[in-house]
Design a protein around this ligand. Structure first.
Ligand SMILES: [Fe+2]
Ligand SMILES: [Fe+2]
Length: 355
C-alpha cells in the first residue's frame, strides 16, 4: 500500500455503484469527495483522480470543469468512470480532459489494470527524463536504501560498502548531469522514508558542490544524508506510515529514531561523523532540539547543514496530512527560524533550490 500518497475520488449523489472503492482501498489510500466541495488542496497530493459523476447533468459537469482546470490537477492523471459507452459520455469525458475513461461496472482485473497504468504514467514520465548515469545512480541507491532499512529493522548488519558505493554513483551523476531531473524522479517514490533519505542525500551533494567541497567531503555528506534517518527502521510501521498527523505519544516514539540510529551505526563501526549526523540532525541552535538538547557551537557545521537540508526536505515533501510547501515558502519559513537554524547556512543553501 502506498504510505502517504492517495487517490482522490470525486462523486455526485446520483452514482449508485461504488464497489470499486473497496477494491482501490486494498492498494491505496483514498480521499472521497463530493463534486460540489472540492478544493485545490484536496487534490494536490493525489497520484490519481477518479471522476464518477453523471455526465448528462449540468450541475455535475460545471464543477468538474472547474476542478479539471485547476493548475494542481494538470499533472495528475484523471480517470472518468462512464455510466454507459455512449458517444455523448465519451465526448464529454474527453472534452473535460480525461486521461482515460472506462465504463463502470467492469471486471475488477480490468479496473485494477487501468488504475495501475495511470499511476505508473506519473512515475515513468519522471524516470524517462534521466540520463543513463542518473538512472543507474537512482536504481542502485534506491535498492541500497531499501536493503539498508530492511537490514536495520531486522537487526542485520548495515553494510557500509553498499552505501558508500551507491553514494559514489550519486556524486558522479550529480557532478555530470545535475540534480533537478533526479530529484523529480525521487519525488515520485511512494515510500516517504526512502524518498526523504534520497532527497536529503541529493540536496547535500548539490549543496556541497555549490560551495566547492572536495570529493571526500561530498561522499561524507552523501552517506550522512542517505542514512541520517536509519533509526526510523526501528519505528513501528503504523507510526512511520501513518497517513494522519501523529499524536503526542506517537511523536515521542518517533523522536527515538536518532538514538536508534546511534545503536545501529555504532554497532556496525560507522565513522563518528556519520553517527554524529544521524544522532544530532534534530538538534536546534537554541537547545530546543532532541535527543541531547545541544546548543550553538555544540552542533558541528556539517550537522547543522544536514539539519537545514532535512528541514527543507520535510517542508517541501507532500504527505497526505499536509500539502507540500513550495521551495520559496520553505526557505522563507526557515529564514524565520533564526533561533533554531544557522541562518547564514540557510542563505548559502538557498541557491541550491531556488534560481
Ligand atoms: Fe530524522
Ligand atoms: Fe530526516
Amino acid at each position: 500500500m502506498s504510505d502517504n500518497l492517495y487517490i482522490t475520488v470525486i462523486q455526485d449523489n446520483y452514482i449508485k455503484n461504488k464497489a470499486y472503492i473497496d477494491l482501490v482501498k486494498h492498494y491505496h489510500d483514498i480521499k472521497l469527495l463530493d463534486v460540489n466541495s472540492v478544493s485545490s488542496d484536496d487534490i494536490e497530493n493525489s497520484i490519481l483522480i477518479i471522476v464518477q459523476v453523471d455526465l448528462n447533468d449540468p450541475n455535475s459537469i460545471s464543477p468538474i470543469k472547474e476542478i479539471m482546470a485547476l493548475p494542481e490537477r494538470k499533472h495528475i492523471p484523471t480517470l472518468f468512470l462512464l455510466h454507459e459507452f455512449s458517444r455523448h459520455e465519451v465526448v464529454q469525458a474527453n472534452t473535460l480532459g480525461a486521461t482515460d475513461y472506462t465504463v463502470y461496472p467492469c471486471p475488477d482485473r480490468s479496473f485494477t489494470f487501468i488504475l495501475e497504468n495511470l499511476i505508473n504514467k506519473t512515475v515513468e514520465k519522471a524516470w524517462s527524463k534521466l540520463t543513463n548515469i542518473q538512472e543507474e545512480a537512482l536504481k542502485v541507491s534506491l535498492k541500497v536504501v531499501e536493503k539498508t532499512f530492511h537490514n536495520a529493522s531486522k537487526g542485520l548488519e548495515v553494510s557500509q560498502e553498499d552505501v558508500k558505493d551507491s553514494c559514489n554513483l550519486i556524486v558522479e551523476a550529480t557532478a555530470k548531469d545535475g540534480l533537478n531531473d533526479w530529484m523529480d524522479a525521487i519525488r515520485q517514490h511512494h515510500n516517504s522514508t526512502y524518498r526523504h533519505s534520497m532527497m536529503v542525500c541529493g540536496y547535500l551533494v548539490s549543496f556541497g558542490m555549490l560551495i566547492g567541497a572536495n570529493k571526500a567531503d561530498l561522499q561524507t555528506v552523501a552517506i550522512g544524508g542517505m542514512i541520517h534517518d536509519i533509526g526510523k527502521a526501528m519505528i513501528p510501521l503504523e507510526i512511520l506510515e501513518k497517513t494522519t498527523e501523529l499524536t503526542p505519544e506517537e511523536w515521542n516514539i518517533m523522536k527515538n529514531h536518532p538514538l536508534d540510529s546511534k545503536t545501529i551505526l555504532a554497532g556496525a563501526g560507522w565513522d563518528d561523523i556519520i553517527i554524529d549526523i544521524a544522532v544530532h540532525h534534530h538538534e536546534k541552535l537554541d537547545g530546543s532540539g532532541y535527543p541531547d538538547g545541544l546548543k550553538g557551537n555544540e552542533i558541528k557545521d556539517i550537522v547543522r547543514t544536514v539539519s537545514i537540508v532535512n528541514t527543507f526536505a520535510d517542508l517541501t515533501d507532500k504527505r497526505s496530512y499536509k500539502p507540500a510547501m513550495t521551495a520559496e515558502k520553505a526557505i522563507e519559513t526557515m529564514l524565520g527560524m533564526g533561533d533554531q537554524l544557522d541562518i547564514q547556512l540557510v542563505k548559502a543553501f538557498r541557491p541550491v533550490v531556488l534560481p
